[in-house]
Design a protein around this ligand. Structure first.
Ligand code: PBG
Length: 329
């Protein structure tokens, strides 16, 4: 052969051809958007480290959800910021607590048109910022925390959450929550486990969004996963499924695509990935400086997460990407 072999470029000549042979296509149905609702504010408050993201009032939350539903986004994940915090995070299971009020409003307004998910943790509600109860030695007490998670799950289900998503990385949390839900006869409330959740620096901006500072300069390494470990992540996922998780998650996403790809063939339940606050912030910061094309980078990033094996993606980019997808041909 004296001519160059053009086999690989032959199918790249037009947009239509590239679309036809694309292996992976991101759609609006792949998106779930995390949203923040805050108790003690009269107007939505921007989160400085997450351009485009706000702490919502009940009214502004409703407006944003309306926009997302109209765009065809199938799901949201709700986080609450209470007016008062205490040692056990009791506002997390108060039927009148900020998330429960929002869950009731949204499930009444949208019914089966929207999957309303609730993040199930207490770090936004505790005065020390940890994801559970602190024992006498200053450690997060696993089993005492499980009891609290059961109460939070029942409060969220009673308020209308169709999916509860435990993010605290306590051992046995999925089993404890399933038991509590079943005992309260919330048999149809599904559990999305934050199964392989790493103790990541990429959660930084989220802690601004929910006004959480971990006491005494602490961190979550005694309960979230060590990011040096991949096989351990598969074990976390396997255990969550065994305990009754209906769906499992890998979090963060971009630095953990290998975990998503390894989990994919092992897992026969829906697999989610969370493109977290720091990943969002990096993309936005570079785009705002004109250093990258933010729109293309957003689609490229989420498509890569799907290509790695995620069935759906939790992402703060959800609204803008849904708009981009709607405006494309
Ligand atoms: C815990 C929780 C966190 C996130 C989701 N659920 C914070 C943490 O573990 O410290 C992070 C999400 C993000 O960074 O976007 N309630």
């Amino acid at each position: 052969m004296t001519f160059p072999n053009r086999r690989m470029r032959r199918l790249r000549h037009s947009g239509a051809l590239r679309r036809l042979v694309a292996e992976t296509t991101l759609t609006t149905s792949d998106l779930a958007v995390p949203l923040f609702v805050r108790e003690d504010i009269d107007a939505p408050t921007p989160v400085a480290s997450m351009p485009g993201v706000e702490q919502h009032t009940h009214a502004s939350l409703h407006k944003e959800v309306e926009r997302l539903v109209t765009l065809g986004v199938p799901a949201i994940m709700l986080f609450g910021i209470p007016a008062t915090k205490d040692a056990s995070g009791s506002q997390a299971w108060n039927p009148q607590g900020v998330v429960q009020v929002a869950l009731r409003n949204l499930s009444a307004a949208y019914g089966s048109d929207l999957v309303v998910m609730a993040d199930l943790c207490v770090d936004e509600y505790t005065d020390h910022g940890h994801c559970g109860i602190i024992d006498g030695r200053g450690q997060v007490d696993n089993d005492a925390t499980l009891e609290i998670y059961g109460k939070v799950a029942v409060a969220q289900a009673a308020a209308g959450a169709s999916v509860v998503a435990p993010s605290g990385m306590m051992d046995g949390q999925v089993a404890a929550i399933r038991r509590a839900l079943d005992e309260a006869e919330f048999l149809d409330t599904a559990i999305l486990g934050y199964s392989a959740k790493f103790a990541s620096a990429f959660y930084g901006p989220f802690r601004d969004a929910v006004d959480v500072t971990i006491a005494d300069g602490g961190d979550r390494q005694a309960y979230q996963q060590d990011w040096r470990n991949g096989r351990e992540a598969l074990e976390e996922i396997r255990l969550d499924i065994e305990e009754g998780a209906d769906m499992v998650m890998v979090k963060p996403a971009m630095a953990y695509l290998d975990i998503i790809a390894k989990a994919r063939p092992e897992v026969n339940v829906p697999l989610a990935a969370y493109h977290v606050s720091g990943e969002y912030a990096m993309l936005k910061a570079a785009a705002q400086n004109g250093w990258i094309d933010g729109d293309v980078a957003a689609i490229e990033t989420l498509t890569a997460i799907k290509r790695a094996g995620a069935d759906f993606i939790l992402t703060y980019l959800g609204g803008e990407v849904a708009e981009l997808l709607a405006n494309k041909r």
